[in-house]
Design a binder for this molecule. Sequence first.
Ligand code: ARG
Length: 460
Amino acid sequence: MKKLWSGRFQKETDRLVDDFHSSISFDCRLYRQDIQGSIAHARMLGRQGILTPEETRLIISGLEEVLADIESGRVEFSKEAEDIHMNVEQLLIAKIGEAGKKLHTARSRNDQVALDMRLYLKEEINELLGLFKELQVALLDLAEKHLTTIMPGYTHLQRAQPVTFAHHLLAYVQMFSRDMERLRDCYRRTDVLPLGAGALAGTTLPIDPHCVAQELGFSAVAENSLDAVSDRDFVVEFLAAAALVMVHLSRFGEEIVLWSSAEFGFLELDDAYSTGSSMMPQKKNPDVAELIRGKAGRVFGDLFTLLTVLKGLPLAYNKDLQEDKEALFDAVDTVKKCLLIFKPLLATLQVNTAKMARAARESFTNATDLADYLTGKGVPFRDAHRVVGEIVYYCLQENKTLEELTLEEYQKFSPAIKEDVYQFINIERCVRARRALGGPSPDEVRAAIARAREKIERVK
Ligand code: ARG
């Protein structure tokens, strides 16, 4: 078939070139947005008297048929037609003849592809927000069950102070809530109609982009035609937000890997969400969590791909921009898959609460509380810190916990220590007493869960 742009050419395109620059193998997934945009464009051309009512009707019904053909698998896209835009146009012309050749009036593939990408991304952001919402609810449900499940909190991966499993889970709720905000923010800048910018300099025809924006559900119309066709900031913003989502999922994945090791033993993954070894019969591996961690890399790569594509581009459209698609699709697919699997992975895992509590009790996670106790008795914190350090050293020699020391032993280190110390350093009390905003006390965490639920409910 002849190229839609063949007029100026004396030769056929070399097969290698067709293969090299054709994007249909990946932009075919934009067929729905492409047709949706074309229908709105045709309707506007009709309203403006640029097309006759009959041409408009033919084009719109032809496009609807093309859509139905594609959806029922009756269409084989052609590489020679380069991309989804020209494939659809060719299919339309084959169906309705002359009128089909008028669809591209006052439009270029440059504003068309920018439109398709924005329509696509808006839908995907909404889907991702829905998946995030479900994951957040699963996290909050799990947290609710573990308000009093004590575990060690860590710094430097060394047991540090007692927290609860609920409190730890809520840290991720916060990360994901910021991720959701970033996605919503990115949505606002994606929600701008570029159609009408033409190839780069708009059109001399009397188009009406505002009514196209309204029909397609855009909140604004691009203000500069050169920018409209060369702007991919919205994709970069999405990829940056997606990269951060993957950082969070990856950190969580890493903790799940650690916690399900025999060394920690805090968790056991459900059989349905773990895998075995081809050689070692005893193995049960946290592959899913590992793979989530591993997939972060490709999304970071997607972000870098696009930043690098954009950095040296003169205005306005350049073919380099075609490279935005695989990066965006890959990031969308990857984040979606990770969010989708994370929810049941969490909802089905077994928590070894006894092991978590033991880890908190065995490792002096209440040492700061003992120092706080001393400061309450008037000892300056710096001195209290040193005294407790000495007590811990003594316990290590004697193979005892702080709770196991006798009062006489305590008083050898500081006469300020009295009988009430035992109550003060009791792990449950240590957690309960951390009731400042954002702390692990069950009351505070319960309130934080309620606040998070309320916030989540507001996401449509
Ligand atoms: N397939 C192209 C892309 O993805 C569509 C726009 C082509 N425009 C052009 N002037 N060659 O960017």
